[in-house]
Ligand binder design. Structure first.
Ligand code: HPA
Ligand code: ZN
Length: 326
């Protein structure tokens, strides 16, 4: 079977990666030591053993605790630089990277510290790695509309360092419409718009992300297969889904990878992409997602080609880069 080698080698774009979810336990412990932060785990091994999740919330609790070691601009740079080198090794030529500023500003870290460190890593990746990477600011949906507006205001002095906004954290009970006015403002500012929807939440959340937030892509979106009219809408409007197979497995969205619906979504004509979400927590980077999915559901070379092409087409890369690969 030569498909794993093709999957690993093909040029690809990654569109769903939370930079805080790329922080490997080894780097987390190194930062804890240098910053004098105490982690509630005695060792890297003990931390890794805590990575056994039953749903999205059980992951988020550990993920937000892990981010507590990030204090200085250099910490944000080092985290992003480690991801970008890892991405290069998987032949990722373009990355649309999520970051969660509220996780840091709530602990007293300045917005500029976060954005400047991440942005500097993205700039260096372009010159030293040949990876084109840009940032998407995510609002935490378990927090209020007012807190999202406040975060947007704090980010505006850095408007040139991020290209869009997203919506993440606890989905059920926090529907997209909670942030309709925030997204309207971001739209006026010319930002790209995406949102997590239909990860654990119902198809109704995908509909409102599209119709009320006016997003250009749906992050996850795997629950859409429960609603035929929604499937038709996604297909007609060529709305990309940034699907994350190993994340869905580890957060028990599907009981087994063999039960994952990615191949059905792709064969229904949707603009599906494969992504890693939080690779340090879910046991694999983007190529691991491709290869393990293939081993579980049997992808073909045609599927591989379509997934790679979709990833560039749906990316927010500049037209010159997109046109080289679509
Ligand atoms: N869903 C919601 N919030 C998140 C995720 C996710 O998959 N990863 C990091 N924050
Ligand atoms: Zn995500």
């Amino acid at each position: 079977d030569r498909l794993p080698e093709l999957l690993r080698r093909m040029p690809k774009a990654e569109l769903h990666i939370h930079i805080e979810g790329s922080l490997e336990p080894e780097l987390m412990f190194a930062m804890a030591a240098r910053n004098g932060v105490k982690l509630p785990y005695a060792s890297v091994d003990e931390l890794r053993r805590a990575y056994a999740f039953s749903n999205l919330q059980s992951f988020l609790d550990i993920y937000y605790a892990g981010a507590s070691v990030l204090l200085h601009e250099q910490d944000f740079f080092d985290m992003a630089w480690a991801y970008l080198q890892r991405a290069r090794a998987d032949n990722v030529l373009r990355a649309d990277i999520f970051f969660d500023p509220q996780t840091h500003t709530a602990r007293g870290v300045a917005m500029g510290t976060v954005v400047n460190g991440l942005y500097r890593a993205c700039r260096q990746a372009r010159t030293e790695l040949g990876v084109d990477a840009e940032l998407i600011l995510c609002f935490l949906r378990h927090l209020s509309e007012a807190e999202a507006f406040d975060t947007l205001e704090q980010a505006l002095p850095h408007r040139d360092k991020f290209i869009g906004v997203g919506l993440d954290s606890s989905e059920v009970g926090h529907p997209p419409e909670k942030f309709a006015r925030v997204y309207a403002k971001c739209r006026e500012l010319g930002l790209h718009l995406v949102a997590h929807a239909g990860e654990e939440g119902p198809p109704a959340y995908v509909w409102t992300a599209l119709d009320l937030l006016k997003v250009e892509r749906i992050d996850h979106g795997v629950q859409s297969s429960k609603d035929p009219a929604l499937m038709e809408r996604l297909k007609q409007d060529r709305i990309a889904l940034t699907v994350c197979p190993l994340s869905n497995l580890k957060l028990c969205v599907f009981p087994k990878l063999a039960d994952h619906n990615l191949k059905q979504l792709l064969e229904a004509g949707l603009a599906v992409t494969v992504n890693s979400d939080d690779p340090a927590y879910f046991g694999g980077y983007i190529n691991d997602n491709f290869v393990q999915l293939h081993e579980a559901v049997g992808l073909t070379a045609q599927h591989a080609y379509q997934l790679a092409r979709n990833s560039f087409e749906a990316s927010f890369a500049p037209p010159e880069l997109k046109q080289r690969y679509v």
